[in-house]
Write a protein that binds this ligand. Structure first.
Ligand code: DOR
Ligand code: ZN
Ligand code: ZN
Length: 423
């Protein structure tokens, strides 16, 4: 028997251990996992030179901007950036134009996303006008997303009675509801005070931690009543995380954080100005430490990039005009592998945050290194040194808040359904 591809000389991440096993891939699937000498024959051979082969990593939170904002990113550029960053599967947010708030718009986005070189899932946005259609929409999306406050794209649902109805309807679909947790009324009040100054640092104060805390509390309360599966996106604060930790005892809740909360603080608004403008804003050193603790003790379930590209020109406006968001799908893994090398996190934990838990939470049943599963693999070199440079990025926006950062450990190849999409 000959197969499409064999991958040999690997340190294979197999059932939580690294083993000197190789892989055979045929018709997009893993057909054999064994010592190299026992692998079937193939004309296509990849020599890993002893590097680690991980199961395909997943980014559950990206904004690929198509349709509607394709000058910032599109499915082709976004997915190539993902592959370049060792990501084999992305889940795309609904705040495009038109937004994915209807069955029709979801079907149209799915068509556009066929250009993607990595696997993808789509979120449906929930707004006042589609709460009664949630059951139908559920057949066309992978999960739901609610913006409890205004952010990019204007998909806000901030009325608690409507939110309850949405939670209750989603609960019947058995899909996960992901929330952008900030409180709109509080943000409005603080914005009025702080926008008098155009100092970028004011942005951190204009969307305070308390706003995240109120929204998380509300979401937890509603999840308790409706028994919905709740996922809190981009947790940024210690207080927010503490609330989630407590609620894990009695509700089905998971949460994510993002590299920008682990590697930036509000002081970055002073250093790189509007480039560090994100929703929710970067927080204090104390919050950052609490998030790292949550990463290592398992309170944080998932690490996602919240890849939110905007052009440099858009970002370099006045702090109140510049759009919020930073790109990240391409740089998340290398930042985290550097953290592995610095013993801030173990590799096993990282695989849990970027593979195992996303698979489990979002029902991605074809994932994993097992015979019969799709061949989605992320190959990493823990010793390879890197320096991030805007010039090397594949994201269409062409910049990173980590431009100039140096570290060690990076993805060297990405395989999606048996195809080498980056090497
Ligand atoms: O900073 C952010 N940017 N937060 C969001 O909630 C939206 C995102 C975007 O789409 O730009
Ligand atoms: Zn968000
Ligand atoms: Zn987002």
């Amino acid at each position: 028997m000959t197969v499409d591809l064999i991958i040999k000389n690997c340190k294979l991440w197999y059932r939580e251990k690294t083993l000197a096993f190789g892989l055979a891939v045929d018709e997009g699937k893993i057909v054999s996992i064994s010592k190299d000498v026992r692998l079937p024959r193939s004309d296509e051979k990849m020599n890993c030179k002893g590097r680690i082969v991980l199961p395909g990593l997943i980014d559950v939170h990206v904004h690929f901007r198509e349709p509607g904002f394709t000058w910032k990113e599109n499915w082709s550029t976004g997915s190539k950036a993902a592959a370049h960053g060792g990501i084999t599967h992305v889940m795309d947010m609904p705040n495009t134009d038109p937004p994915t708030t209807t069955v029709r718009n979801l079907i149209e986005k799915k068509e556009l996303a066929k250009k993607s070189v990595v696997n993808f899932g789509l979120y449906a946005g929930v707004v006042e006008g589609n709460i009664d259609s949630i059951k139908d929409i559920a057949n066309h999306c992978d999960a739901f997303k609610i913006y409890m406050s205004e952010s990019t794209g204007g998909l806000k649902l901030d009325d608690n009675a409507l939110l309850m109805k949405a939670f209750s309807n989603i609960s019947k679909t058995n899909k996960v509801i992901c929330v952008h947790a900030e409180n709109q009324a509080m943000n409005e009040r603080y914005l009025r005070i702080h926008r008098k100054s155009s100092d970028p640092f004011e942005y951190a104060l204009a969307r305070p931690i308390e706003s995240e805390v109120i929204a998380i509390k509300d979401a937890i309360k509603m999840a308790r009543q409706t028994k919905v599966k709740l996922h809190v996106c981009h947790v940024s604060s210690k207080k927010g995380l503490d609330l989630i930790k407590k609620s894990k005892k009695d509700i089905d809740i998971t949460c994510e954080t993002c590299p920008h909360y682990l590697f930036m603080t509000q002081d970055d608004l002073k250093k790189i100005g509007t480039l560090a403008k994100i929703n929710p804003p970067p927080r204090t050193k104390e919050d950052q430490l609490a998030l790292w603790k949550g990463i290592s003790n398992g309170t944080i379930d998932i690490l996602a990039s919240d890849h939110a590209p905007h052009t440099m020109e858009e970002k370099l406006q006045d702090i109140w005009l510049a759009p919020a968001g930073v790109p990240g799908v391409e740089t998340t893994l290398q930042l985290m592998l550097n953290a592995v090398n610095r013993r801030m996190i173990g590799l096993e934990r990282l695989v849990k945050l970027m593979h195992k838990t996303p698979v489990k939470r979002f029902g991605l049943i074809d994932y994993g290194i097992e015979v019969g599963k799709n061949a989605n693999l992320t190959i990493i070199d823990l010793k390879k040194e890197w320096k991030i440079s805007n010039d090397d990025l594949l994201t269409k926006c062409g910049w990173s808040p980590y431009d100039g950062w140096k570290g060690k450990g990076m993805p060297v190849a990405t395989i999606v359904n048996g195809n080498v999409v980056f090497e």
